[in-house]
Write a protein that binds this ligand. Structure first.
Ligand code: FES
Length: 109
């Protein structure tokens, strides 16, 4: 996704993000799960592709997040589904940090 194709939204303060502690954020109608992993921050769509559950209420392990409802897993970097019962990937979004502010880029409407 090129920089021009996204609109940046402030979602969190870097100083308030804890390693491997997912943060839920809402940007308009889009629910976003933001996770800090050591020096990187990732953002994926927060809604599991199996049934309705928020991935930000799940569990981070080894670069993946596990759905709290039936334990499907998604790669935090790519959104790729890595464990059943979900079969579809979730969207992943670009992240940038300016000072203490964390921004997530969503496709321009
Ligand atoms: S709702 Fe996420 S695995 Fe079922």
């Amino acid at each position: 996704m090129s920089e021009e194709a996204v609109e940046w939204h402030a979602v969190a303060k870097l100083s308030e993000l804890e390693d491997e502690e997912p943060e839920h954020s809402r940007i308009g109608d889009t629910l976003v799960c933001v996770v800090k992993l050591e020096d990187d921050i990732y953002a994926i769509n927060d809604v599991c592709t199996h049934e309705f559950a928020l991935l930000s209420e799940g569990f981070v392990d080894d670069g993946e997040i596990e759905c709290p409802l039936h334990q499907a897993r998604f790669n935090l970097k790519s959104g790729k589904c890595t464990a059943l019962p979900a079969e579809q990937d979730v969207a992943s979004y670009p992240v940038k940090v300016e000072g203490d502010q964390v921004y997530v880029g969503l496709p321009k409407a």
